[in-house]
Design a protein around this ligand. Structure first.
Ligand code: ATP
Length: 140
């Protein structure tokens, strides 16, 4: 079994998609191992997305990610990282609605920025992002 970091972004939470997204998560064989509602400030959001710090959309991304609380979750199942990325669909929710109509971003996303959910892109990112939200403890 493997763990990944999933996040319902501010638009997903404020749009009341949380229950629907959790249904999809549980139906897809994940356990929700930990969860926390967190309101990121600009410093924490910039740190989370530091790999994008040089990009043109970075300031807008930080504004978006600090516009309201997020729900961070640790999900566990075999191949969790890849499986969650497949479930959420492409980054641009407009494209997701066309090419992956059953994906989570097709369901609740708006465009290439406001795409309602996040998923770690590798086991290494998952480890970093899980400790970002939950610390390094793996005792459970
Ligand atoms: P995430 O890391 O949130 O799961 P991702 O891996 O699909 O998303 P990245 O390329 O890592 O996408 O971009 C991180 C986030 O930055 C995206 O989820 C989106 O919110 C925002 N973003 C990405 N590309 C753009 C863009 N062209 N314009 C505006 N925002 C963008």
């Amino acid at each position: 079994r493997e763990r990944t970091l999933a996040m319902i972004k501010p638009d997903g939470l404020s749009g009341n998609y949380t229950e629907k997204i959790k249904e999809v998560i549980l139906e897809s064989g994940f356990d929700i191992v930990k969860e926390a509602v967190v309101h990121l400030d600009a410093e924490r959001a910039s740190l989370f997305y530091s790999e994008h710090s040089g990009r043109s959309f970075f300031d807008s991304l930080v504004m978006y990610m600090t516009s309201g609380p997020v729900l961070a979750m640790v999900l566990e199942r075999p191949d969790a990282v890849l499986h969650w990325r497949v479930l959420i669909g492409p980054t641009d929710a407009r494209k997701a609605k066309i090419s992956h109509p059953n994906s989570i971003r097709a369901m609740c996303g708006l465009d290439s920025e406001k795409n309602c959910v996040h998923g770690s892109d590798s086991p290494q990112s998952a480890a970093r992002e899980i400790s970002f939200f939950f610390g390094d403890v793996r005792s459970d």
